[in-house]
Design a protein around this ligand. Structure first.
Ligand code: PEP
Ligand code: MN
Length: 339
């Protein structure tokens, strides 16, 4: 971290600032320039609050040299992390396909879709029991009874399941029953929820917030990892831009950028990114070409009557076609779809 002091700062104040940082166990290098004095802090500055330092009258500006995230940082963990989701590897050379309905609607629905996506090659079943909706008047999900139906679909097919955790009150049951715990875009900065997720033993799928920067997203991963849970998968699910024609905008750059910044696996959600079923295939292919480690995609056996997100859901047939195309590109990228 570099602390730039205001021009003309008296020597005595420079010494006071140096002593302040030395008392916090930093080594301080002092460079006296013509216009200003610069303090170079050596040590772990993660816990230092830039804004607090800027409150000192003599401080002009503070700049971080190293990133505030450590555990998620590739610098300290050069090799790719591979997250094991009940036997399905996510990251490294494997490509994981998670598929299923936006929300669980009935036992027949979730089990039929589970069978369909499994036979088309999905490795993990998705489905929401708790649905954080923009409107309180929209279907909110079946809650725990929905989770029970999803567990029946899991028992029937053997597919591991991914479903969204919306409150710490469900951590215990999710930790026992769910294979991959989803933290949704709207909760990406629900720090109390992140801390509880960090105490869980199951891997976490952390979706990017609607307007989150890469650093904010990685800091949220850091919250989880800092509590002990190192198994975090990041999901780019489209961000808010000036464009209104699509639901969100898939930030393809996020994939190579996050992979440069972090060792964690990155998957994409082509369904919530585009918001329309016709966009799922092109966005999936773009994601694979950019280096994604997997997809989470919405599939419904009757999209017209889906309780949630039917307009962006693929039919099982469309999902089968998508898998055929995806497989070729995944292969070209030197990865293998996990079955
Ligand atoms: C979902 O995957 O069902 C979902 C609600 O996604 P997001 O949090 O990305 O909106
Ligand atoms: Mn959805």
């Amino acid at each position: 971290m570099v602390v730039i002091l205001k021009p003309g700062t008296p020597q005595n104040d420079v010494r006071k600032m140096v002593a302040f940082f030395e008392a916090k166990s930093f080594k301080v290098g002092v460079t006296v320039g013509v216009d200003c004095t610069i303090l170079g802090l050596v040590g772990d500055t993660t816990a230092l609050d830039i804004h607090k330092i800027e409150q000192f009258d003599v401080v002009e500006r503070v700049t971080r040299i190293s990133e505030p995230y450590k555990k998620a940082n590739r610098k300290f963990h050069p090799e790719d992390t591979v997250v094991d989701v009940s036997g399905v590897p996510v990251g490294g050379g494997s490509f994981a396909v998670m598929a299923g309905p936006c929300s669980i609607e009935s036992g027949e629905q979730i089990t039929a879709i589970a069978r369909d996506v499994q036979s088309a090659g999905a490795a993990i079943l998705r489905g929401g029991a708790f649905k954080p909706r923009s409107s309180p008047y929209s279907f909110q999900g079946m809650g725990l009874p929905g989770l029970k139906l999803m567990l029946e679909a899991k028992a029937e097919t053997g597919l591991p399941i991914v479903t969204e955790l919306v409150s710490p009150e469900y951590c215990e049951i999710f930790d026992e029953k769910v294979d991959l715990v989803q933290i949704g875009a709207r909760n990406m900065q629900n720090f109390e929820l992140l801390k509880e997720a960090g105490k869980m033993s199951k891997p976490i799928l952390l979706k990017r917030g609607l307007s989150a920067t890469y650093e904010e997203w990685l800091m949220s991963a850091e919250y989880i990892m800092n509590e002990g849970n190192q198994n975090v998968i990041l999901c780019e699910r489209g961000i808010r831009t000036t464009e209104t024609y699509t639901r969100n905008t898939l930030d393809v750059s996020a994939i190579p950028c996050i992979k440069r910044m972090s060792h964690l696996p990155v998957i994409i959600d082509p369904s919530h990114s585009g918001g329309y079923s016709y966009l799922v295939e092109p966005l999936t292919l773009a994601g694979i070409a950019a280096g994604a480690d997997g997809i989470i995609v919405e599939v419904h056996n009757d999209p017209l009557h889906a309780k949630c997100d039917g307009q962006q859901s693929l039919t099982p047939e469309q999902f089968g076609d998508l898998m055929g195309k995806a497989e070729k590109l995944v292969d070209f990228m030197g990865k293998t779809i996990v079955k």
